[in-house]
Design a protein around this ligand. Sequence first.
Ligand SMILES: CC(C)(COP(=O)(O)OP(=O)(O)OC[C@H]1O[C@@H](n2cnc3c(N)ncnc32)[C@H](O)[C@@H]1OP(=O)(O)O)[C@@H](O)C(=O)NCCC(=O)NCCS
Length: 176
Amino acid sequence: MRVRPETSADVPVVHEVVEAAFGGAQVPRLLDALRTSVAWLGLSFVAEQDGEILGHVSYTRAWVDAPDRVVEVLVLSPLSVRPDHQRHGVGTTLVHDSLALLQGRDEPLVFLEGDPGYYRRLGWHPASDWGFTAPSVRIPEAAFQAVRLPSYDEAVTGALVYPDVFWRHDCVGLRP
Ligand SMILES: CC(C)(COP(=O)(O)OP(=O)(O)OC[C@H]1O[C@@H](n2cnc3c(N)ncnc32)[C@H](O)[C@@H]1OP(=O)(O)O)[C@@H](O)C(=O)NCCC(=O)NCCS
């Protein structure tokens, strides 16, 4: 299996993978909207084996409202593995190898909302420990996680600000 940048030819299959992984239309719609938004940086990756796409991950632009300036950061969302290929390490490899491809970038950190039981093993850390607040009080503190990139600067702290797309698609935090 290899992790590589998504091409335009992959987009329809990626849509299917995301829909199957999340079991509904909300997250694939979010991804479609991200693709045409200011948040889109083209940082979309697929896990491919024998010509088949088994998983997908995207990183998009967000901001931290730091004390002295607004700083661009990345948000990992969504992460999807085809249901018939889950629990075989595809998600782990996708996150690990795609993060490796981001090491030369200027953003200091990547954030996500996710199950700490899954992401801690992959090296993610509670973002609140490093001085960040989540974009919504509906994001449990333990779920709000980050990894540092080589451009990390400890002076960058503050609130994570999502682009409007996440709000328009109601894809922030948990609802009862
Ligand atoms: C979450 C997801 C990306 C994991 O991908 P994967 O390829 O199945 O994960 P891996 O094989 O790398 O890791 C599997 C391990 O992670 C753990 N794990 C898997 N999904 C988990 C979850 N949702 N929560 C907590 N732990 C999870 C399990 O402990 C598993 O280990 P085990 O098989 O020894 O029990 C995949 O299950 C998926 O697409 N889920 C639906 C969409 C989703 O929830 N995306 C993440 C949103 S933040």
